[in-house]
Design a protein around this ligand. Sequence first.
Ligand SMILES: [Zn+2]
Length: 507
Amino acid sequence: MAKATTTIRQVLTYQPQHAAWFVANQALFNRVAAFYFEVIAAHEKLLDLSAQEALTALEKLTHATRKNPTPIMPLSAIAEAIPVMFRRAAIHAALGSARSFYTHLSKWHTRKEKAQTRGKPFKERPPVPPRSWNKSATLYSGQWKQRTASSILLKVWTGTCWSWIKVRITGRELPLNQARELDGEMGSPSLVRRGNQWYLHTPIEKTFKTPEKIVTQVTTNQSTRICAIDLNLDHHLAVCTIQTVEGTILATHFISGGRAIHGFRKQLLGQIARNRRKTGILAEDEQDNVDLWNKIRQVDEHIAHLVSARIVQFAVQHEASILVFEHLGNLKPTAGKYSHRGNRKRAFWMKGRIFTFAKYKAWKAGIITSRVNPRQTSRECARCHHLIARYHAGEQASGYTPGAPLALCPACGMQGNVDRNASLVIGQRLMMRVLNSQEKPSTPLLAEREEKSSGVAICQEAKSEEEPSFPQARHAECNEHGTAQRRDARMDVSLLDIPHPLRLFTE
Ligand SMILES: [Zn+2]
C-alpha cells in the first residue's frame, strides 16, 4: 500500500494572553527536547535501538518512579511536573534531531577518512549539534481533547502552571469522505507559530493501493491514459494533453496567466531596482527590500500551486494515470535589464515548483509522475517527427522563431499551436522510451545488465536494433535515454515517501 500525508493548517482564535502561553509552552517543549538531546549525546548507543525501546531507555535514565527512585540524569532538574505525553513528544523530537545529526556526523567521518587515505586535503567542517531549539510543540493525545470542527481544548504550559484552554479553529476543514468520516488517519497535531499568529497543523495520512509502475501500465493496458505537460516561461504556463498508449489524442488544456505574472514581477523587480539605486551601496549579509521580495516569492508560490492543482485536476478528470513532464534543463542566461533577467530566472524556478507540486498532488490522486529528455521537444512534429517551422501569425511559415506561437510541419502539413505540439511530443517520448526498453533481446546476461539500470547498455541496445523509425527522433532519444531512464527509476521509488508538502496560507 502507498501512503500520502497532507498537513491541514488551521488558524486558531484565542484570547490575547494565550499567545504568551503558547510561547511559554513552546519554549518549555524545546528546553525538554534539548535536555533529551544531551542525554542521548551522553548515551549514543541509544540510537541503535528502535524508537519505542529508546523511549523506554530514556525514561529510565531521566524519570523517577517508585521502582527507579534515582535516575542518572533527572528531568526534574530542569523542569518539574512535565506531563507524560508532553515529555514523550519532546523525547521523539530529540530522537529525530539526534538521528539526523549523528547520521550526518558519521557520513562526514567517512568522507574525511576517504580523503585521508587518498592523501587529499579535507577542509570540510564537521556538522554541529543544534545550537538553538525552535521546534513546534507536538500535542500527543492527552495534551488535547474534545476536538470539533470549530474548537479544541489544549493543555499548555502558561509559564507558571499547566492549564486547559479552549481555542476556536477556523480555516481549512479536515477532509471527510462520503460517509462524513475523516478521510485518512489523523496524526498528532502541533502548535505552530507563523509571525504573530498561531496555527494548528494536523497531519492526515491516507493509504491507497500503490499504482502500477509506468512500464506495467503502458505495456499491459492499451487504454492507459497519459497526461503530458509542456511548461513555459511566458503566456501559456502549462499546456496539457491527454493521449492513450496507442496515440489517440483525447483532450487539450491551456493554462495561461504567464503574462500577468510576468508583468506583476516586472513591476516589483523594477521597484526593487529603483530602491537600490536610491539607497546606493547594499549592506552585506542583509536582505534589502524584504517586503517586496516576500511578495514576489509568495505570488510565485501561489501561482505554482494553482497551476499544479489545475494540471492534476485535468488529469483526474480525464482518468489519466501517468503525468509526464520534460526535464528542466538549464536556464540560458539572457541579456537585458536587472528586472528582465530576474524575471526570467524566477519564471524558470516557477517551472521547477510546478513540477514538484504537481508530483505530490498527483501522487495523492494515485497518479505517477515521470520526466523525459527535453531535447528538441518543441522543434519536432508530433505527427511525423520532422523538424517544424515556428512562426508568428501573419508571417511566412518558415524558419524557427523562438517564442512564436504557431507550428507548421513542412513534411506532413501538421499545423497548430507550438506548445500543444511539444506537449504531445513529450507524451510520445515517454511511451517510446518504455516500449523501447521492453524490446530488449531476452538473453539473460543482457537482461541482467539492464536490471542494474546500466544506461549505456540500454542506449546501445536501442541503437543496434535496426527498427524502421524516425531517424532524428531516434537519435535524440538515444542521446540521453540512459540518463533519463536511471533518473526515473529512482524517482518512482522516492515517490513512495514524499515528505510533508509545503502548503500555502491562501490555499
Ligand atoms: Zn509532421
